[in-house]
Design a protein around this ligand. Sequence first.
Ligand code: ATP
Ligand code: MG
Ligand code: FE
Length: 343
Amino acid sequence: GLVLGIESSCDETAAALVDGDRRIIAQRIASQDDAHRPYGGVVPEIAARAHSERLTPLIAATLADAGLALRDVDAVAATAGPGLIGGVMVGLVTAKALAMAADKPLIAINHLEGHALSPRLADPTLRFPYLLLLVSGGHCQILRVDGVGRYRRLATTIDDALGEAFDKTAKILGLGFPGGPAVERIAATGDAAKLKLPRPLLGSAEPHFSFAGLKSAVLRAHDANIHAPADIAASFQQAAIDCVIDRTHRALADADGVMALVVAGGVAANRSVRAALEALAAQHGLPFVAPPLALCTDNAAMIAWAGIERLALPGFVPDPLDLAARPRWPLDPAAAPVRGAGV
Ligand code: ATP
Ligand code: MG
Ligand code: FE
């Protein structure tokens, strides 16, 4: 199978062609960082307009890169949520139009499912079930992945997502946008031991996350004007990693029979986070799987790959052309709400 994937849920406009042999035949990503930088964060209206201007030519260019035409693909997969609704609608409506024009099946993909299955695009040996730490700009969850479409949420954040904490720390320290990579860069030159920041929920019985208190402590440390930004960044990153490791360790205790510890989402691009998780996995005698850095942050290859996985399911049915975009769309609809938590 060959699937055209489309991603437009945040500030990356992306298209990719992926086949059933895990080959990324072509992919293009247009980042909108420059458009949002003056505002210090993603502005939904600017994002939606940028997607609508760029997506169609980007898809044409991706097909041209591969020397293929729309008739050569077996399905069109697009992110249908969760995310900024204007952008999601641009991608989904475009996918519907292409699917209708070329008489191809439409596959509506949950953006989080794209992240959740992305490690299997990179690693053909990764089998179900696996324990997934999904850490991105809007989400911070631990999921048990039992198969395609079979996700059980074990933990979520009761306030901020991990990527959000990186972004807010970057903003406080004046490191610009996007924040995660900037914090990682400057943290590498700092000394985490110069100041001690809190580790919310460390040791708590449920494996949930909390980062709001850490962010406030970063703000106070910055306002005190006695610490170098690099030291604050290093201390923040270490505190965040300690939380992630403690929470994931807690979740692993109850994750019977998992084949691997897996990380995905934008924060999975952080080398220190990856290294700490790799050590934790080794401690538990589990293989550790993380996608290559370019597949961690938003991209369309993971959306196309999720389409490939869906297409391969017995009893596959295409999604209807009147399917609505969903600003909220939990991967595990049965997950009980957690006080203060989003999806
Ligand atoms: P979601 O997937 O929850 O809808 P999103 O699509 O905006 O959110 P991603 O593109 O998956 O998120 O991830 C972006 C997030 O990852 C941002 O918060 C960014 O700061 C963070 N991030 C990216 N690279 C790094 C890094 N090297 N270190 C830490 N954080 C990073
Ligand atoms: Mg982005
Ligand atoms: Fe994402």
